[in-house]
Ligand binder design. Structure first.
Ligand code: S3P
Length: 171
């Protein structure tokens, strides 16, 4: 069984995934980093060359492949669960944890994360602030439908979130 982390950009999927991997002695894979390694291109580059559609197609292939593994901790990109094929694949062999945070916290975390420029190209024509708020609203039902468990990370550090996830896992 895999442990799958989903949620909006900046909700802590990668940080929490790494902490969980260390605690459980399991492998952590960030689907975005994996995709970048496989293609030799940054996500920003993929968007610039083929648009979001090209990225989503690659993301689907990567998730399909990673879902066939067992025992990994997998962080899916923030938009992955908008495609029901990804949700189906991730659910086959995974328990899905949704990490949430409020818009201000997300905005603050993204602004101070050095990966934002290369891994998080704009998804709309809106301002950074407005994009976060409108996509959070649009995506909420997708995230909630995909999740087995939900954890709000706004007030928690990565280790505290990891502990909450461990509480939900069968002993
Ligand atoms: C995306 C989130 C990013 C990355 C890509 C698209 C999104 O992943 O997959 O920039 O649509 O929300 P993170 O959630 O890891 O930032």
């Amino acid at each position: 069984m895999n442990i799958v982390l989903i949620g909006f950009r900046g909700t802590g999927k990668t940080a929490v995934g790494k902490s969980l991997a260390q605690r459980l002695g399991r492998q952590f894979i960030d689907a975005d980093e994996y995709l970048e390694e496989k293609t030799g291109k940054s996500i920003a580059q993929i968007f610039a060359e083929g648009g979001e559609a090209a990225f989503r197609e690659m993301e689907r292939e990567i998730i399909s492949g990673l879902s066939r593994r067992d025992g990994i901790i997998l962080a899916a990109g923030g938009g992955a669960v908008l495609d029901e094929r990804n949700v189906k694949n991730l659910k086959k062999n995974g328990v899905i944890f949704l990490l949430e945070a409020d818009a201000d916290t997300i905005q603050r975390r993204l602004a101070s994360d050095e990966k934002t420029d290369s891994q998080r190209p704009p998804l709309t024509d809106k301002s950074f602030r407005e994009e976060i708020r409108s996509l959070l609203k649009f995506r909420r039902p997708y995230y909630e439908a995909a999740a087995d468990h939900t954890i709000n990370t706004s007030e928690l550090g990565r280790e505290e979130v990891a502990e909450k996830i461990l509480d939900h896992l069968p002993q």
